[in-house]
Design a protein around this ligand. Structure first.
Ligand code: ADP
Ligand SMILES: Nc1ccn([C@@H]2O[C@H](COP(=O)(O)O)[C@@H](O)[C@H]2O)c(=O)n1
Length: 210
């Protein structure tokens, strides 16, 4: 019987998880149906909080996420059911009103800070990947991205990085590296590691298709 493969991609903020997930989706689009599920879309709803309160939330602690709903959604897809995936608005610090329908597929790329840290999510992954990018590179990338795409100021990114992002990374994200089957050093620059990952996924897809 055809089985859906789950590729878990963890790593620090701005390590390159989303960029690598997109590359994989493009590469496998011709041979398999691929869906990307981002843990960021499963940040808890904060409609009951004021903007001032939302700004103070620690978004780098596992409690900020509804991981139970995420695991339930992955299970549903594995059982051949479609899901209504939440979507997230970084500017509003809240879930958007819109959901996105995700249909059962051949490959699920499950990416986010805590995919390997959370035991239930980790156990759903057939291949566990950790994108390992140095902290200084991640901070520079995050500064550029969050100002351009997430409605942040330079000062707010630096303040958030020094108060929560760095500490939580060391406490929760970095230790989860030990669960990885494949570590991609240098993030998306490491073409050899990405090629190895692609070869491995291709061989599993081939076996699945016969
Ligand atoms: N290999 C790379 N070289 C240069 N910039 C990159 C690379 N990978 C990602 N980026 C950029 O860094 C930022 C963060 O990458 P992203 O994939 O969103 O990381 P994550 O999903 O881990 O937070 C994005 O603006 C992205 O374009
Ligand atoms: N309202 C929010 C929610 C999350 N963040 C930050 O996003 C980071 C996780 O996303 P990546 O794509 O960078 O992995 C995380 O480090 C949170 O600090 C935010 O700033 N605001």
């Amino acid at each position: 019987m055809k089985k859906t493969m789950v590729i878990g991609i963890a790593g620090g903020s701005a390590s390159g998880k989303t960029s690598i997930s997109r590359q994989l989706k493009e590469i496998f689009e011709d041979s398999a149906s691929v869906s990307i599920i981002r843990q960021d879309d499963y940040y808890k709803d904060q409609s009951d909080k004021t903007m001032e309160e939302r700004i103070k939330t620690n978004y780098d602690h596992p409690f900020a996420f509804d991981n139970a709903l995420l695991a339930q959604h992955i299970q549903a897809l594995l059982h051949g059911e479609m899901i209504e995936k939440p979507t997230y608005d970084f500017v509003e610090h809240n879930r958007s009103a819109l959901t996105e329908t995700i249909y059962p597929c051949d490959v699920i790329v499950l990416e986010g800070l805590f995919i390997l840290e959370d035991e239930a999510l980790r156990e759903l992954c057939d291949i566990k990947v950790f994108v390992d990018t140095d902290a200084d590179v991640r901070l520079i990338r995050r500064l550029k991205r969050d100002v351009k795409k997430r409605g942040r100021t330079l000062d707010s990114v630096i303040e958030q990085y020094s108060t929560t992002v760095r500490v939580m990374h060391e406490r929760f994200v970095e230790p989860s590296k030990r669960y990885a089957d494949i570590i991609i050093p240098e993030g998306g620059h490491n073409l050899v590691a990405i090629d190895l990952l692609i070869t491995k996924i291709s061989s599993i897809i081939k076996k699945n298709m016969v």
